[in-house]
Write a protein that binds this ligand. Structure first.
Ligand code: ASP
Length: 347
């Protein structure tokens, strides 16, 4: 007969063996994932929204895909030559800010007063440094102003005139606000202004832009830039410039850029929640981002999506809208761009 004490001893030993096996297999998995890490990764979005196939002309579709490819090329050139994830994210976003198709920089949407008001943010994952601008009207590339704030380091978030004069003092280009207004955006502003129904339920254009990258040194970074919501209230800030909501980067977990109905993304701290679920809940990037976007936000009827890359180079691009302009490139493979949900490429 086995004594009670012996039984306890056996059980403890079994527990020890199982725990050690789990630890060893966990470490081995972690090591294998690290070993498989691509040299660099860049993932981008050009906004989530109602872009059904049937409503998009082949020409418009081709132009968006081309814009995404050019942005990936610009960011990849930085990463390939050993540049930082911060510089790659900025390079990719500048291209999309300059492209009038996207709702950022030139081609951004207008607020209730018919004015431009750009928001942008940038974060890097090694020290958690960050910079953001809100409601700026004269900065040629808002993401460059976010970078200037991050580089200087005294503050994280500047808005309006103060942000503009700081950017100017740091050598960031400024330009007249009229430069950003395209005929298409002016037309939709006028349409909304002249229709009571549209004023109450303004149609939301897609086109916020963002990027997240992992560089050869294993550093993560993410950035986001937008004109915000069409016909927004004067002074409204969305999630895009809010660190933790629209943008997040942490070398221990992932880098995230979001797009969608900003108020919900702020209330749910979307970008940092994904990172937190990985860190404290031991979730994979895919699990964490699916939980936040496909479950939590969908349950709130909050439309949008995110793009993200984790510290091992895995990517995720979930969205709960009819489409999301998106793409990624990894060292040694061809870039991939997509708009609709059925365009799936395993990473
Ligand atoms: N998130 C942006 C905002 O609320 C809009 C968007 O991504 O489409 O300002």
């Amino acid at each position: 007969m086995i004594q009670m004490r012996q039984l306890k001893g056996i059980l403890l030993l079994m527990l020890f063996v199982v725990a050690t096996a789990m630890l060893v297999s966990g470490c081995t998995r972690q090591k294998a994932e690290e070993a498989e890490r691509p040299e660099y990764v860049l993932v981008i979005h050009g906004g989530a929204g109602a872009m059904e196939r049937s409503l998009m002309s082949p020409e418009a579709e081709a132009a968006y895909r081309q814009g995404l490819l050019e942005s990936l090329e610009a960011g990849e050139a930085v990463l390939r030559s050993g540049g930082s994830s911060v510089d790659a994210v900025v390079a990719a976003i500048v291209l999309m800010e300059d492209n009038p198709l996207f709702n950022a920089g030139k081609g951004a949407v207008l607020n209730e007063a018919g004015d431009i008001a750009h928001d942008a943010s940038l974060m890097e994952g090694s020290e958690g440094r960050a910079g953001a601008v809100g409601a700026v009207q004269t900065i040629r590339n808002p993401i460059l102003a976010a970078k200037a704030i991050m580089d200087e380091g005294r503050h994280v978030f500047l808005v309006g005139k103060g942000a503009e004069s700081f950017a100017l003092s740091q050598g960031v280009d400024t330009i007249s606000p009229t430069f950003f207004i395209t005929p298409e955006r002016w037309e939709s502003y006028e349409k909304t202004r002249n229709s009571r129904l549209e004023r109450e339920f303004p149609l939301q254009p897609k086109g916020t832009v963002g990027a997240a990258a992992l560089d050869k040194n294993g550093n993560l970074a993410a950035g986001t830039s937008t004109g915000g919501m069409h016909y927004k209230r004067v002074g409204r800030l969305g999630d895009s410039p809010v660190i933790g909501a629209g943008t997040w980067a942490d070398n221990n977990s992932c880098a995230v850029s979001a797009t969608g109905h900003g108020e919900y993304f702020i209330r749910n701290a979307v970008a940092s929640d994904i990172s937190a679920r990985m860190l404290y809940g031991n979730k994979s990037l895919k699990q964490a981002s699916d939980e936040v976007v496909m479950q939590k936000l969908s349950a709130l009827d909050a439309g949008g999506g995110i793009i993200a890359v984790d510290k091992n180079g895995n990517i995720a691009m979930p969205f709960n809208t009819p489409g999301m302009f998106r793409g990624f490139v990894k060292a040694g493979s061809e870039p991939f761009v997509a708009i609709y949900p059925d365009e799936i490429q395993l990473d």
